[in-house]
Design a binder for this molecule. Structure first.
Ligand code: PEP
Length: 244
């Protein structure tokens, strides 16, 4: 399977940031993994144009479940595809927290993404209180069951395990904790979707940087990373790409 280094720029970046896209492409013309950047919606078209013909793919950070209509401020999956995106992040913990997104809404968006030809990167993760209470696998299992729609497969879906307490904090789980969750995810996916789910990419996300990427990528069932802060600069993200 082709692993993925995915960058989530969140609400960061203006036209000047396209320079980072150009630098990334220039430094990694033939990376050993799939290289994905999800800039804010305002930059998707320009980023896709800059990435045209290169090894870099572009994604959105969310989409609406409807194809079009009276949804002020929202963006449909078809619009993302039209702008040049081929992926869309769904159910990021910041969206679950800031916008109250539910597993059912995320599953509906994933179906919309699939209909538009996008691959959904569906995020799951426990809070620190849930981990401390020993509920990590219960929480992850419920999110997995609720957020992935029927028919999810290795081509239309990527799963990102992102412990909420590790995002943007500089803290990461131990390697054995990452392994436990990724093994659990793999088993649940195979149980529900069949043997083809062995090929579904499982990303780890949460304070990944050049200095810890190598050891995290060596963990079984870790097929890449979803990276926030360290994806904003081409040099930082490039070092993670090189570690995969
Ligand atoms: C993220 O937002 O998906 C993320 C993992 O952020 P960071 O790498 O900054 O922890």
């Amino acid at each position: 399977m082709r692993k993925i280094a995915a960058g989530n720029w969140k609400m960061n970046g203006t036209k000047a940031s396209l320079e980072e896209i150009r630098a990334l492409i220039g430094a990694h013309p033939a990376p050993g993994c799939e290289m994905l950047i999800c800039p804010p919606a305002t930059l998707i078209a320009a980023a896709a144009e800059a990435a045209n013909g290169s090894a870099l793919t572009i994604g959105g950070q969310d989409c609406h479940a409807a194809a079009s209509g009276a949804h002020t401020g929202d963006i449909s999956a078809a619009m993302l595809a039209d702008a040049g995106a081929s992926y869309v992040i769904l159910g990021h913990s910041e969206r679950r927290a800031d916008h109250g997104e539910t597993d059912a809404q995320i599953a509906a968006r994933a179906l919309a993404a699939r209909a538009a030809g996008l691959t959904a990167v569906i995020c799951l993760g426990e809070t620190e209180a849930e981990r401390d209470a020993g509920r990590t696998l219960d929480v992850i299992g419920a999110q997995l069951a609720g957020s992935l729609p029927e028919g999810a497969d290795a081509a239309n879906t990527v799963v990102a395990y992102e412990p909420v307490w590790a995002i943007g904090t500089g803290r990461t789980p131990g390697l054995e904790q990452i392994a436990e969750v990724h093994d659990f995810l793999r088993a649940r996916l195979i149980e529900r979707f069949g043997a083809g789910a062995r090929e579904m990419r499982l990303l780890y996300g949460g304070s990944v940087k050049a200095s810890n990427a190598g050891e995290i990528f060596a963990v079984a069932n870790v097929d890449g990373a979803l990276v926030g802060g360290a994806s904003l600069k081409a040099a930082d993200f490039g070092a993670i790409v090189a570690a995969l």
